[in-house]
Design a protein around this ligand. Structure first.
Ligand SMILES: [Zn+2]
Ligand SMILES: [Zn+2]
Length: 286
């Protein structure tokens, strides 16, 4: 079984109820954080976990809303790991990730220096291990396999989706993308697809062209549902709602997806949790 928790279901626009984009996948005794948007560690605490327990951080792309709390993840893991020789944090992302991580460590250079000077048992800076991929098997440890494939979020490039497999269960986390053949191929036959979505019917009504611009590089609810249908997944899990789901309109979003995808549809608030079992059978809990 793989347990998916929507840690943050928001977008770049601050929302009092929704943290920025991030998803937690627990597979056996391993824990993967996918993206690290605003407030991620508060929500991770809400899910009963901490940065020092992460097996790896997976980044779908380098848009600010998906990486803005990267520094918090790295520094907090460092200061809250009390075992000597704590393993480095594997960070797996698209090309460009190493440069971002290095710059983030540079931005926290003063902080890192203060803490090393103050605590005798902190003898070196945070340890990270960055891997950049666009199309490969990127993880194969302890019965968990992770594969990445390119997505299409142009002009943001490169961008990737992740497929996590454990004991017959499988989950794809698509990130921000329009429908594309490489995502279809990665998702084929998966137990669940976690997909970011925007309501183009609502966004297109807004007066600001800069906001309307986002329609051309995101999937609508219907497009995400069509990807799920083509891939034959068991569960479609929607997240990264743009605009934020207004109170009482959750069923509207669900109906838009249900018109295109006739299996289990999950959406909800931060910390919504879905169990993905082998095959297409599944149970969900909020
Ligand atoms: Zn993006
Ligand atoms: Zn985004």
């Amino acid at each position: 079984m793989i347990e998916v928790t929507l840690l943050g279901t928001g977008s770049p626009i601050p929302d009092p109820q929704r943290a920025g984009p991030s998803t937690l996948a627990r597979a056996g005794d391993q824990m993967f954080l996918i993206d690290c948007g605003r407030g991620v560690l508060q929500r991770l605490a809400g899910a009963g976990a901490g940065a020092n327990q992460l097996s790896a951080l997976l980044l779908t792309h380098l848009h600010s809303d998906h990486i803005v709390d990267l520094g918090d993840v790295i520094i907090t893991r460092w200061v809250s790991s009390f075992t000597p020789d704590a393993p480095p944090l594997p960070i797996i992302g698209p090309p460009g990730t190493a440069q971002v991580v290095e710059a983030m460590l540079g931005a926290f250079g003063h902080d890192i220096g203060y803490r090393i000077a103050h605590h005798a048992d902190l003898t070196g800076p945070p340890r990270v291990e960055v891997h950049e991929y666009t199309d490969a098997v990127v993880w194969d440890h302890g019965g968990v396999q992770v594969r990445v494939a390119p997505t299409d979020h142009r002009p943001v490039t490169p961008t990737i989706a992740f497929r996590i497999e454990h004991a017959g269960a499988s989950v794809v986390v698509a990130g921000d993308t329009v429908p594309c053949p490489s995502l279809d191929a990665l998702t084929a036959g998966a137990g669940a697809l976690v997909h970011t979505v925007i309501r183009k019917d609502l966004i297109e009504l807004l007066p600001q062209q800069r906001i309307r611009d986002i329609c051309d590089y995101h999937s609508s609810v219907q497009e995400a549902a069509a990807t799920a249908t083509r891939a034959g997944v068991g569960i479609l899990i929607l997240t990264h709602y743009v605009p934020g789901i207004a109170a009482g309109t959750e069923d509207d979003w669900r109906e838009l997806a249900a018109a295109v995808f006739d299996r289990q549809i999950e959406l909800g608030d931060d910390l919504h949790r879905v169990e993905v079992h082998p095959g297409v059978c599944a149970r969900s809990r909020s």
